[in-house]
Design a protein around this ligand. Structure first.
Ligand code: UD1
Ligand code: CA
Length: 463
C-alpha cells in the first residue's frame, strides 16, 4: 500500500508567530491542510505527520484523524523521517511519499505522475524536482547517465554545482523497505551538521538501487515560506491561481483588486465578483449573482441573480433574486428567501425572512420568523434579549411594521397586521389588526408662535 509522511516540525522563527510554521495560512487554510488535501486527492489517506515546535497545536488541529510522531530536536529532514520508523515498519512492502508540510502547492498530478515513473522504472527513490530560473537556496539535483546520482544542498555546492537549475522540491517517493535499509546510515557530516534525507539517494545507489527524478510541470511545487514576505508571495500565487480557475469556468471579474477566494468556494458560470470581495469556506455563488464590491461572504449559499453589495454574511442561505446592501450584516443561521430586499444598515441574525419581504433601512431582525411580503419601515428593532434569555419574534405574511417599532419578544404579529410607527409592541397582534402603542398627540394651539414670535419678527436666530 502507498502511504505518506509529512514533515512538519519547523518553527518558522522568521514568521514571528507562536504557531508551528505549517499552521501559517495560505488563502485562509493552514499550509499543512493544503498538503494533506493533495495527499487525499491522490488517494493517500494513510498519513503520518512529524511534529516538533508547538506540536500540541498540530495534534489538536488534526484531531486524531492522522497519527503524529514527535521530533524533539530538529536535526534535519532525515532525522525527522527516522521518527516515523514504526509507521514505516507497519507496511515495508509499499511506497511512501515524503512531503514538506510547508510547501503547500504540491498537487495530485505531480504526486500520481511521479508515482507512475517510480513504479515503471522500479526506482528505490524518485525525487520530485522542478527546473527554476533562480534555483538559489534549494538542493541541486546531480543527474547521471541512468537517472540521478544525488542531491547537493546549496551550502555544500561547488561553484559549478550552483549553476544547476534542477532543484529538489523536498518531496520524494521511496520504496519503504529500501528507505529503511539506508535511513539510519545517514551521517550529519555536512555544512549544516544535519541528517539530510536526500543523502539516502547516494546510499541507495551504492547498494545498486535505482534513483531518478520526476520533473514537475508545476514549478510552484517547490515553493515554501520562511517569513511573512514568503507567505504573502504564496498567497498571491494561490489567489491568482484560484481566480484563473474561475475565469476559465466563466465567472466575470472586471478587476481583481482585493478579491480573495478560498479554494473551497464554488462559483457558477455567469456570476460576477467585484473588487474588495472575500469569499470563504463552503460558500457557493449561483449563476447571475453579483457579489461586491467590498463584501465578505463565509460559508453561505447565494442564489441565482442575487446582488450582494457591501454585505457581510456568515453561515447563512440567501435565495434567488435578492437585492441586498449596501452595508448589510447577515449573521449565522439566517435564511433569506427569494426576492427579499435588505437595504442599508440592516442586521439579520438567526432569522428567516420570507419571500418578497423588504427590510430597507436601519433595522435589526434577530431570532425572528418573518413571513412573505412583509414590509419593515425604517428603524425597526426586534427586542430579542431580556438580559438573561433570547426569545423569538414571529411576523406573519403581508404584515406591515411601522417605522421605529420595537417588537419585544416573544411576540407574534398576525397576518396582514399593522403596527403604528413608534410603537413598542409587547402583546401579540391579531391578523388584520392595527396595533398602536404610544400616547395620543396633543397640539397646543399658538404655543410656539407666542414663545418664538418676537424673535421671528426681528429676524433673530432662535436659540
Ligand atoms: C529541503 C531539502 C532541499 C530542498 C528543500 C525544498 C534537505 C536536506 N534539503 O531543504 O534539498 O530543496 O527542502 O524546500 O532535506 N523538517 C522537520 N524536521 C527537521 C528539519 C526539517 O520536520 O529536523 C521539516 C520542515 O518543517 C519542513 C521540511 O522538513 O517542512 C523541510 O525542511 P527545511 O528545513 O525547510 O529544508 P530545507 O533546508 O529547505
Ligand atoms: Ca524549506
Amino acid at each position: 500500500m502507498n502511504r505518506s509522511i509529512i514533515l512538519a516540525a519547523g518553527q518558522g522563527k522568521r514568521m514571528k508567530t507562536d504557531l508551528p510554521k505549517v499552521m501559517c495560512e495560505v488563502l485562509g487554510i493552514p499550509m499543512l491542510r493544503w498538503v494533506i488535501t493533495a495527499c487525499e486527492q491522490s488517494g493517500l489517506d494513510d498519513i503520518c505527520v512529524v511534529t516538533g515546535f508547538e506540536h500540541e497545536q498540530i495534534e489538536s488541529y488534526l484531531s486524531g484523524k492522522y497519527p503524529t510522531v514527535f521530533q524533539s530536536q530538529r536535526l534535519g529532514t532525515g532525522h525527522a523521517v527516522m521518527q516515523a520508523e514504526d509507521f514505516l515498519k507497519k507496511d515495508p512492502d509499499g511506497n511512501v511519499l515524503i512531503l514538506c508540510g510547508d510547501a503547500p502547492f504540491i498537487d495530485k498530478e505531480t504526486i500520481t505522475e511521479a508515482l507512475k515513473l517510480h513504479t515503471d522504472e522500479n526506482n528505490s527513490v524518485t525525487v520530485i524536482t522542478a527546473v527554476l530560473e533562480n534555483p538559489a537556496g534549494y538542493g541541486r539535483i546531480i543527474r547521471s547517465e541512468n537517472g540521478i546520482a544525488g542531491n547537493v544542498e546549496q551550502k555544500d555546492c561547488t561553484a559549478e554545482q550552483l549553476k544547476i537549475r534542477e532543484v529538489n522540491s523536498g518531496a520524494y517517493w521511496f520504496k519503504v523497505r529500501d528507505l529503511l535499509e539506508v535511513l539510519f546510515e545517514i551521517k550529519p557530516d555536512n555544512a549544516q551538521a544535519e541528517y539530510y534525507l536526500p543523502d539516502c539517494i547516494g546510499l541507495l545507489i551504492e547498494k545498486g538501487k535505482r534513483a531518478d527524478a520526476f520533473i514537475s510541470e508545476n514549478n510552484s511545487v517547490v515553493l515554501g515560506a520562511n517569513d511573512r514576505k514568503g507567505l504573502l508571495a504564496l498567497n498571491d500565487i494561490a489567489r491568482k491561481t484560484v481566480i484563473e480557475k474561475h475565469l476559465e469556468n466563466g465567472v466575470e471579474f472586471i478587476c481583481t483588486d482585493g478579491i480573495i477566494i478560498e479554494p473551497s468556494v464554488e462559483i457558477e458560470c455567469g456570476a460576477a465578483v467585484l473588487p474588495g470581495t472575500i469569499l470563504k469556506g463552503s460558500t457557493k455563488i449561483s449563476k447571475g449573482a453579483v457579489i461586491g464590491p467590498n463584501s465578505l461572504i463565509s460559508d453561505t449559499f447565494v442564489g441565482e441573480n442575487t446582488v450582494l453589495n457591501s454585505v457581510q454574511a456568515y453561515q447563512s442561505k440567501i435565495g434567488s433574486g435578492c437585492k441586498i446592501g449596501p452595508f448589510v450584516h447577515i449573521r449565522p443561521s439566517s435564511e433569506i428567501l427569494d426576492g427579499v430586499h435588505l437595504g442599508n444598515f440592516v442586521e439579520i441574525k438567526n432569522s428567516v425572512v420570507g419571500k418578497g419581504s423588504s427590510v430597507s433601512h436601519l433595522t435589526y431582525v434577530g431570532d425572528s420568523d418573518v413571513g412573505k411580503n412583509v414590509n419593515f419601515g425604517c428603524g425597526v428593532v426586534t427586542v430579542n434579549y431580556d438580559g438573561t434569555k433570547k426569545s423569538r419574534t414571529v411576523i406573519k405574511d403581508n404584515a406591515f411594521i411601522g417605522c421605529n417599532t420595537n417588537l419585544v419578544a416573544p411576540v407574534t404579529i398576525g397576518e396582514a397586521a399593522y403596527t403604528a410607527a413608534g410603537s413598542t409592541i409587547t402583546k401579540n397582534v391579531p391578523d388584520g389588526a392595527l396595533a398602536i402603542e404610544r400616547s395620543t398627540q396633543v397640539n397646543r394651539e399658538n404655543y410656539a408662535k407666542r414663545k418664538l414670535g418676537r424673535h421671528i419678527k426681528k429676524g433673530e436666530n432662535i436659540k
